[in-house]
Design a protein around this ligand. Structure first.
Ligand code: CDP
Ligand code: CDP
Length: 228
C-alpha cells in the first residue's frame, strides 16, 4: 500500500482533532495537531509575560520549543515539550484560547511552524489538522478534507467538551469566543482559514465523528490504491 498525506482543515469545533486522530489510528498513520503547536507557544508566552503582539520575542520562545513524536499504541502523535516538561491540557485553557489567534497571525511565527510541520510530513503517512494545511503547509497532499458545521452545533460541542474536561463554560461566551476566533482566522492576511480548491468538503453538523472518519478512510484507501 502506498502511503499518502491527508490535510484536514476547518473552523473550531468542526471535529478536526477528533476525526484526524481516529483516521490516523485506522490507517496506522501519524497524527499532527498543528493547533496544539500554536497553543503551546501561546501558553509559553502567557507564562513568560510576553505580549501576543511581540512577534520577535514570540519567535525567540518558539526557537527553543522542543517538538517530538510519540509512537503510541493506536497512533503516533506529536508532543510538545518546554524545558523537558510535556504540555497537556493546560494548552486548552480559556486564557490560551483567548490569545492563540493573535499569536498565530504573525508571519515569522507561521513560517517557522510551517517549516517544522513540513519536515515531519516528509515521511508520508501523516494526517495534519489545522487551518492552512491544504492551502499552505501541504499543498501537494493527496487528500484534502474541509470540515464544517453550523455555529450552533460547534458551540454545543465545545461547551460539552469544556464541561467534560472540568473547564468552566458558559454557552453564550463559548459561542462568542468561537465566532471571534473564526473571524480572526478567516480574515488574517497570512494563510487565512479557507477551503482549498481541491478539498473534499464535509458538513459534519448531522454526522457522528465515526461517520466522518469512515468517509475519509474510504477515500484515503482509494487514493492509496491509485498511487501504488
Ligand atoms: O481545536 P480548536 O479548533 O479550538 O483550535 P486549534 O486547532 O487548537 O487551533 C487554535 C488556533 O490556532 C486557531 O484558532 C488558529 O488561530 C491557530 N491555528 C492556525 O493558525 N493554523 C493552524 N494550522 C492551526 C491552528
Ligand atoms: O478540532 P476541532 O476544534 O475542529 O474539533 P474537536 O476538538 O475535535 O471537537 C469536536 C467535538 O465534537 C468532539 O467532542 C467530538 O466528539 C464531537 N464531534 C465531532 O468531532 N464530529 C462529529 N461529527 C460530531 C461530534
Amino acid at each position: 500500500m502506498h502511503k499518502i498525506n491527508i490535510a484536514i482543515d476547518g473552523p473550531a469545533g468542526s471535529g478536526k482533532s477528533t476525526v484526524a486522530k481516529e483516521t490516523a489510528a485506522h490507517l496506522s498513520y501519524l497524527y499532527i495537531d498543528t493547533g496544539a503547536m500554536y497553543r503551546s507557544l501561546t501558553f509559553r508566552a502567557l507564562q513568560a509575560n510576553i505580549s501576543e503582539q511581540d512577534e520577535d520575542s514570540l519567535l525567540r520562545l518558539l526557537t527553543d520549543m522542543d517538538i517530538t513524536l510519540k509512537h503510541g499504541e493506536k497512533e503516533a502523535q506529536v508532543q510538545v515539550f518546554v524545558n523537558g516538561q510535556l504540555l497537556g491540557e493546560e494548552i486548552r485553557s480559556q486564557a490560551v484560547t483567548g490569545k492563540v489567534s493573535e499569536v498565530s497571525a504573525h508571519g515569522k511565527i507561521r513560517e517557522e511552524m510551517v517549516a517544522r510541520q513540513q519536515k515531519i510530513a516528509e515521511q508520508k503517512g501523516v494526517v495534519l489538522d489545522g487551518r492552512d494545511i491544504g492551502t499552505f503547509v501541504l499543498p501537494g497532499a493527496e487528500l484534502k478534507i474541509y470540515l464544517y458545521a453550523s455555529v450552533d452545533e460547534r458551540t454545543k460541542r465545545r461547551h460539552l467538551e469544556n464541561i467534560a474536561n472540568g473547564r468552566p463554560s458558559d454557552i453564550l461566551a463559548t459561542r462568542e469566543e468561537l465566532q471571534r476566533r473564526d473571524h480572526l482566522d478567516r480574515e488574517r492576511s497570512i494563510a487565512p482559514l479557507k477551503q482549498a480548491k481541491d478539498a473534499v468538503p464535509i458538513d459534519t453538523t448531522d454526522l457522528t465523528s465515526e461517520e466522518v472518519v469512515a468517509r475519509i478512510c474510504r477515500i484515503a484507501r482509494e487514493k492509496e490504491t491509485e498511487g501504488s
